[in-house]
Design a protein around this ligand. Sequence first.
Ligand code: XUL
Length: 453
Amino acid sequence: MYTLGIDSSTQSVKALVYDAGAKKAVASASVNFGRELPEFNCPDGFLPNADPLVRQADPRLWLAGLEKVLGKLKDVFDTSKIDAIGGDGQQHGSVYLDSSWDGSAGGGYFSRAVSPIWMDSSTSAECRALDAKFGDGLRARTGSPAIERFTGAQIMKFAKDDPEAYAATAKIHLVSSFLCSVLIGGDAPVDTGDGAGMNLLDLGRMEWDREICDFVAPGLAGKLPRVAKPGEAAGTLAPYFAKFGLRPGIPVAVFTGDNPASLVGTGADKPGVAVISLGTSDTFFAAMPEFRTDPDGCGHVFGNPSGGCMSLACFKNGSLARERVRAEIGCDYAFFDEKAFELAGDTGKRAFPYFEAEITPVHEATGIEADFDWASASDAEKVVSVIRGQMLNMFERTRWIGKFDTIRVTGGASRSKGIRDTIAKVFGAKVETLDVTDSAALGGAILAARLLK
Ligand code: XUL
């Protein structure tokens, strides 16, 4: 029995085939948005913008990415053997659709040409309005205080800045539920993992909070997809996808966010271990035995796709920041991932990369902030101090989630021995790696396999 997991993340889309009997990945394909779809002008997954707080993507990029990755997968695997599909998308990004939206793969139905993504920080005014209206109640009800990248504040800004286009919007999907909709050729529901990243979901009832929706924008509740129960199927695969060798009619699981999908893919959907995902954003998350919110207001509670809730803290300056330090030094991965740590050892120095406006904690994009003279430091010291700074910050900001003896690391940068060793030291935990670095796609495939039981 084979299932397919599709992970549409910030900079790429991946497709992974999972052998549900042998419990292992057997084939995969991926498409890098910047390199392989340059016509959408999103080199790092978003459109260049003069305002550093604005981070938006062209939603057609995600459709083109889906087509391309399925085409590539067909070349390396007999896709007619796939029995179910699941998947996930980068969290918080929203897609605006007009009344011609029919779930087809062709596009042409966008009421807004751009989609704000999770890297956007341009909605502070809207967040302050939500704070003023709901205060701490927002965190108690939705699991998070008002957060700039969350979809509620983004919708509020859109409705205010462009009321006509908002009025012409019949449906607002998340990246995850949009792609799932296209696969089934109709409206897919939103899952509680990704839905909680909107500041609109009442986590007690796992339903949209009407009062918050009404405050955010007129008629909003009527434009949102329904909320799914964990483990639901969204529908069946549309005939269009036969062109990729897939069998129309196979079940498609409700898509979730990339972090909730990773929770499943790393096997951490039951309490006990925490996960650090080292991707465009770095995230720390764990299954949550009882509902508890971050007293400092940076962290979140989302639905766990396997039922109940999960905690999460997100750090915006993840892999793009590391890449930037590596480019400035001009070193290769062998040096960045390992050699630098052998050379510099335990200097105790710390540097924090703030290339993007940081969210945990809130900090402007000021570049490198080091507690020593950065300019005269050796290349090895620069690498080691940046990794130490990132992981110390993560440790401090995730104390509210709990203390863990075991941490599973995933995502591209988990290949780095230097980063893994730093995590082990800073968190005082055993660090485990997984065979598959793309645990989000794997999580999607596992959720699909659960439909076949
Ligand atoms: C989580 C978050 C990011 C995105 C992109 O809250 O904003 O981790 O999901 O990966």
